[in-house]
Structures are given as C-alpha cells and as structure tokens.
Design a protein around this ligand. Structure first.
Ligand SMILES: Cc1cc2nc3c(=O)[nH]c(=O)nc-3n(C[C@H](O)[C@H](O)[C@H](O)COP(=O)(O)O)c2cc1C
Length: 213
C-alpha cells in the first residue's frame, strides 16, 4: 500500500498537541477502512532489530470479543467504545522468523538466498547467543516501536487512540486464542471521541529529558 492521502492527513509534528490518550470514545462511530488500513500499513512499515518484526497484531472490531476483552481489562470503557482494538502480541519463534525473512528477502530464489548466507548466519548467531529468557523482552521492544508507529499514524490521520497496558495478558491470550509463541503485550484502541474534553497534557521539561553534549 502506498500512502497518498493528503486530504486525510495532517503533518505529524502539528498533531502532537492534538493527540492524547482518548478515554471517551463515541461507541456509535466506526473507523473508515482507509484510515484503519493506513494505520496498519504504518505498523507494517515500522523498523525492528534485523527487520524480523517479531510481533503479530490482532485487529478486533467484533463487539462480543471487545466485551470479553473489557472484562479482562479492569472494565476500561475504551475496550468496548473504541471502533477497533489493535492487540499487539510479541512472538518468540525467532528462528522460524529468520527463515521466513530470508524467504521474503530472496523471493524464494536459492541463489539469492545463498548470497545472503553470511547475513543469515550472523542473525542466527546473534539470536542463539541471546539467553532464552531475553527472547521475549527483545521481541517486546520491537513491538513497542510498532505501537509507536501506529500511534503516530493515527495522530496524523486525526483518529483518536489510547495505548493500553492495563489488562490481563493471560486472559487476552486465551480470549483471542493466541498460539503458544505469541503473547499479548499492549493494545491500541482506535476511534473517535464523544466530544468530552481531554485532560490537559503533562510533560516533563526539556532540561529533565535531554542533555546536549
Ligand atoms: C505503554 C502505555 C500504556 C498505557 N496504558 C494505559 C491504560 O491501560 N489505560 C489508559 O487509560 N491509558 C493508558 N496509557 C495512556 C497514558 O496514561 C497517557 O499516554 C499518558 O498519561 C500521557 O498522556 P497523553 O497520551 O494524553 O498525552 C498508556 C500509555 C502507554 C504509552
């Protein structure tokens, strides 16, 4: 998909004050397919370590599934009132992922794949040398970058969103039927505000956050 929606989007930097963690979605308003697809495409285009994108995103629009998820998320209204939920799950099937990566990179061509062998071996070596208990935290970090890209795309498209970690990940995994190698980590709800005023922004000052050397 190529991004070409000048009439639909505003420059991201101009949108940083507009965007906020929306708590009050209008449950009657549905996200347009073009907007959802653009947000998913931004997610797909996000960078990751070695490019293996160790995550999968469940796009939940079904009302009955959203109701079950809300019950496992401290009854937060965003889980049902948002038009859809992106449930980001981290993967831990890294070796299989590497295999898939080189299948795509070589377009299934054995000769091209052979030329990439040095890079593939290096990637496999890096993962093998990582302690097993570090595999999921490593995947989680890539997942959060993808979340950031989705958040930024939503802001640019003037779609309200709320990133959320306040849920029981085990229950989410069960409700969505996640396979063993995927674990839910964070959710982005997407939709439109019901018009309630947003809380004012609190941000730490520049000298707290940045050191110029
Ligand atoms: C990783 C993460 C998890 C969050 N979890 C929740 C949550 O479970 N429920 C919620 O209402 N807001 C949640 N938030 C929203 C934050 O409270 C909000 O982004 C922060 O207070 C800054 O406000 P702003 O986004 O409106 O500028 C989360 C934000 C992030 C980035």
């Amino acid at each position: 998909m190529v991004f070409n929606h000048p009439e639909m989007s505003k420059p991201f930097l101009e949108q940083l004050n507009w965007r906020h963690a929306e708590k009050n979605f209008d449950a009657e308003k549905t996200l347009e397919d073009a907007q959802l697809n653009a947000i998913l495409e931004a997610t797909r285009m996000s960078p990751s370590s070695f490019g293996i994108q160790p995550y999968h995103v469940y796009v939940v629009s079904d009302a009955s599934v959203k109701t079950k998820l809300r019950a496992a998320a401290y009854d937060q209204a965003q889980f049902t009132d948002a038009s859809c939920l992106l449930v980001f799950a981290s993967r831990t099937d890294h070796m299989k992922r590497v295999d898939q990566y080189f299948e795509y990179a070589s377009d299934g061509d054995a000769e091209t794949r052979e030329k990439l062998k040095g890079y593939e071996d290096m990637m496999r070596g890096f993962i093998q040398n990582m302690p097993q208990e570090a595999w999921k935290p490593w995947a989680d970090r890539q997942t959060y970058i993808a979340l950031g890209f989705a958040l930024a795309a939503a802001a640019e498209l003037e779609v309200q969103s709320c990133p959320m970690e306040g849920f029981d990940t085990k229950q989410f995994d069960e409700i969505l039927g996640l396979p063993e190698h995927m674990k839910s980590v964070v959710v982005l709800s997407l939709g439109y505000s019901d018009g309630s005023p947003a809380r004012s922004k609190v941000r730490f000052p520049e000298d707290d956050l940045f050191t110029h050397v």
